[in-house]
Design a protein around this ligand. Structure first.
Ligand code: 1CP
Length: 353
């Protein structure tokens, strides 16, 4: 007979409770891009295996997702995958090139180019269902975050054909061919919502919508050209009952609108003081917001900023500590391990003041 051991409910974990704005004994912490090039054990299991192939192998997805949990004791795992995976799964011809990022063979410029963007079915991503199920068992109560790309960020890769600094071609399409733009974003929203649904139905305890590059837009344009689609994605997953996080970089002026899209938690990069962000998202929980470069500095500089962020975070209904964007590849994993312990201890200590 199988051994019966009590396993903590990830839906009642410190991380999920903080997302919901419920009381927690300490501030939970995880790191965007916590799996990846900063970890030697990641470089070793990925050696010789292309990025997209590794995302379709449940054994590798499981191992890579667990690596930072083992090493850091973070309060949440994030599925090892990529925002481009569901687009590849519906048949878009793309690759993720080392040192570059996503590269799309036929960039989208007109209505006819939308044909490959058909709806995503769960059967298109069996490896995701399998990996998530495996992970939920292996994590034994640590919550797993599922994710998808936000509509502007996905559109940018598809229209530019690859990473872009200014998103100029994307914006030209948005302003110049709004019918193509709206058709594109509505297809992307359906794909992202379906990808999130697969992950939650397989057992993910929270989701994050990464609209990383939305901060490139003026608020009025964001509101008109992007927000309706982010709201559609978040609304569709809302019925699944897990907390939703909505994140972008350089979004200081967009935080109020991003909060309106409906997620329980709004991600904040490092450019906005957390107390100002908390005012802007009016009543939502926040996630962030340590500058990823700060962990390269001497520990006292890190500790000082972490104390200040934690103190500001207490004025939000809930705060999940994170970096303002992904872990930089040159980060020393031992500093992140120390940071997790410090966030836990210092946030518990501040609660006794
Ligand atoms: O060969 C490699 O190791 C490729 C590097 C890499 C990794 C580790 C890429 C290519 N993607 C990933 C994994 C990944 N991507 C994760 C899971 C890891 C974790 O968080 O622990 C996640 C959440 C993503 C999401 C993602 N992909 C985003 C949103 C998050 C963000 O950083 O803003 C974006 C913008 C991408 C596109 C992408 N994929 C890969 C790269 C290098 C990029 C960015 C390219 C660019 O600069 O535009």
């Amino acid at each position: 007979m199988a051994e019966h051991q009590a396993v903590a409910d990830p839906g009642d974990s410190v991380f999920v409770r903080a997302c919901r704005g419920q009381p927690v004994p300490y501030t939970p912490v995880w790191f965007m891009r916590q799996a990846g090039r900063s970890l030697p054990e990641y470089r070793s299991v990925r050696a010789g295996i292309p990025m997209l192939e590794s995302c379709t192998r449940p054994d590798l997805v499981t191992e890579i997702t667990l690596q930072p949990v083992r090493r850091y004791g973070v309060d949440a795992a994030i599925l090892f995958s990529d925002i481009m995976v569901p687009l590849k799964a519906v048949g878009v011809d793309l690759d993720i090139k080392p040192g570059v990022g996503p590269v799309v063979a036929q960039p989208i410029r007109e209505m006819a180019d939308l044909a490959p963007l058909r709806p995503l079915e769960p059967g298109d991503v069996p490896y995701i269902t399998e990996a998530v199920g495996e992970l939920v068992r292996a994590l034994r109560g640590t919550p797993l975050i599922g994710f998808a790309g936000g509509p502007f960020t996905l559109a940018s890769y598809l229209v530019e054909g690859g990473p872009s600094r200014d998103h100029a071609t994307t914006k030209a399409l948005m302003y110049g061919a709004p019918d193509v733009w709206h058709a594109l974003l509505s297809r992307l929203a359906r794909i992202s919502a379906a990808f999130l649904r697969v992950q939650v139905e397989a057992g993910a305890s929270a989701v994050q919508l990464f609209d990383s590059w939305a901060g490139a837009l003026a608020p009025a344009d964001y509101e008109r050209f992007v927000l309706p689609y982010s709201r559609a994605v978040l609304e569709e997953v809302g019925e699944l009952g897990v907390p939703r996080i909505h994140f972008g970089v350089g979004t200081g002026e967009l935080l109020g609108l991003m909060a309106e899209a409906g997620a329980e938690v709004v991600g904040v990069d490092w450019r906005v003081p957390l107390d100002a962000a908390i005012t802007r998202v009016r009543g939502r929980a926040v996630q962030g917001n340590l500058d990823p470069a700060l962990v390269l500095a001497p520990w006292e500089a890190v500790a000082e900023r972490v104390r200040a962020i934690l103190a500001m975070g207490r004025h939000a209904p809930g705060h999940v500590f994170n970096l303002g964007h992904g872990v930089l590849p040159q980060t020393d994993p031992d500093v992140l391990a120390r940071l997790v312990d410090f966030v836990h201890a210092e946030s518990a200590r501040q609660r006794t003041e």
